[in-house]
Design a protein around this ligand. Sequence first.
Ligand code: B16
Ligand code: MG
Length: 224
Amino acid sequence: MNHIQACLFDLDGVLVDTAKYHYLAWKRLANELGFDFTEQDNERLKGVSRMASLDILLSIGKLTLEDAKKQELAARKNDWYVESISRMDHTEILPGAMEYLQACRENGLKTALGSASKNAMIILNNTGLTPYFDAIIDGTRTSNAKPDPEVFLLGAQELGISPDNCVVFEDAEAGIEAARRAGMNCIGIGSPATLNQADFVIASLAEMTVERLDQLEQAVGTQE
Ligand code: B16
Ligand code: MG
């Protein structure tokens, strides 16, 4: 029998692609501040908290600002971002995500969200994903951003499942490190070249089945 009893999911990049909305809002802010912000720059913000993202953006523009000003800019970016995600619906769920969540539940696996976003509930409610989770841990419930393992440890705790019986689905390096530090298995979503710390990497949840969780048992077994 497989040792996995719970699946924990990152949100942006795993269940939905909100990176494009983050990008448009950060780019608008950068342009207002007088510099450009490219899609390549945006890669550096994936999985990173809002204020840490702003710090990266300001370093690209070679700007140093006071804390009060930074709070104001982050709030302005967030207003634009919330405007975009408020228009989201179920068509923006990434391929295979809903089907895999459903399969987890049919097979008695617990499910949790583990996202850095403080806006996760808006996205889950607009896309109709909320009922698929036994626990929802987002940026409003954590004080330490990934790669700190807090978000996933809290998820496991709320599900009542031991971390070594959990697997995390992540698209960001910081998220994979967080899963590792939590003592969990981790499946990367994206490119094997960048996500080489994961047990294995798939292009999207469309490639995932409950049966493939057996591969994790083998992966852990060979490491021991
Ligand atoms: P917010 P995830 C992360 O979501 C995003 O990948 C990252 O780009 C964003 O800065 C962070 O959430 C915080 O989001 O500004 O909405 O609180 O990948 O952890 O689901
Ligand atoms: Mg992500």
